[in-house]
Design a protein around this ligand. Structure first.
Ligand SMILES: NC(=O)c1ccc[n+]([C@@H]2O[C@H](COP(=O)([O-])OP(=O)(O)OC[C@H]3O[C@@H](n4cnc5c(N)ncnc54)[C@H](OP(=O)(O)O)[C@@H]3O)[C@@H](O)[C@H]2O)c1
Length: 257
């Protein structure tokens, strides 16, 4: 599995397993199967309500090989709120640390500096390895970068929606130019892009599905992809994306969709 170097500490695998809406036994079964297939990166959030189920699923896996991302909800963006939320996530996940913790969304009422102090305390205690944000536009991102620089806690990631229908190109480039890694959520547009008449013929050339071409396109744009898959076929497809390369022309076609 290819990885992307983070400004904070370590590397993030280029493909992760999205888990929004996957609960109970299903998330357990999915994570175990994903692990067997080679996934080493799981994306969750306090708001997904599945951290306890994920905790049960990962307890027999080699923790050091697994990259876990979770997120603090906007309603917890005070110093103590962040600390409480992360501690609860750690307890539910049954782990001493999480590789990447994000602010799930910016909130109009948040005191970003105070919230980031909560993250810093958890980072200094080794409970989170990297700090990042999600759904941050350029103004909030710049503010977080500045505060982070003063605190010695870099913003390592901005997790934003990226798929061919909404490629968020300007924001993606803005982040990348600032050394903030981009993680693309809903890469498959919620699964509604299969059969796309522009992408399908590109896939046929490589013996790949539309979803595989899309995930490959994210990766070649330097973006980490976190597709959510539960079926065996989808899980397999979404990670078998490292044995072909889109040409520059094909990248341009996808960038313009
Ligand atoms: N930070 C945020 O605010 C935010 C927001 C949204 C999502 N996310 C994260 O991003 C993850 C992914 O986004 P998403 O769940 O919205 O949507 P997505 O990954 O774009 O699409 C998921 C859908 O695509 C299907 N699928 C997966 N692989 C496929 C394949 N190879 N061929 C055809 N269909 C395929 C899945 O089906 P099956 O399940 O039936 O296999 C599922 O219905 C989330 O689970 C979550 O972890 C973060």
């Amino acid at each position: 599995m290819q990885s992307l170097e983070l400004r904070g500490d370590g590397k993030i695998p280029m493909v992760g397993l999205g888990t929004y809406g996957v609960l109970g036994e299903q998330v357990g079964k999915t994570i175990k199967r994903a692990w067997e297939l080679g996934y080493r990166h799981v994306d969750t959030a306090r708001n997904y309500g599945n951290e306890r189920d994920i905790g049960r699923a990962i307890k027999d896996l080699n923790r050091e090989e697994l990259f876990i991302t979770s997120k603090v909800p906007p309603s917890s963006l005070t110093r103590q709120g962040v600390i409480n939320s992360i501690n609860q996530s750690l307890e539910d996940l049954g782990t001493d640390y999480v590789d990447l913790f994000l602010i799930h969304w910016p909130s109009e009422n948040m005191d970003l500096e105070m919230a980031m102090e909560g993250f810093k305390k958890m980072r200094d205690e080794g409970k989170i390895i990297n700090f990042g944000v999600s759904n941050f536009g350029t103004i909030d991102l710049d503010m977080a970068i500045d505060i982070g620089e003063e605190m010695g806690m870099p913003v390592t990631v901005n997790q934003i929606q990226i798929n061919p229908r909404n490629n968020n190109e300007n924001l993606r480039k803005y982040c990348q130019n600032k050394g903030v890694a981009v993680v693309g959520y809903s890469p498959l547009g919620g699964g509604e892009m299969t059969g796309n008449p522009v992408i399908e013929p590109i896939g046929e050339k490589y013996g790949k599905s539309v979803s595989q071409v899309i995930i490959r396109w994210l990766i070649q744009n330097g973006v980490v992809a976190i597709p959510k898959a539960t079926s065996e076929q989808h899980l397999r497809e979404d990670i078998e994306v490292f044995d072909f390369e889109l040409s520059q022309d094909e990248m341009r076609i996808l960038n313009k969709l």
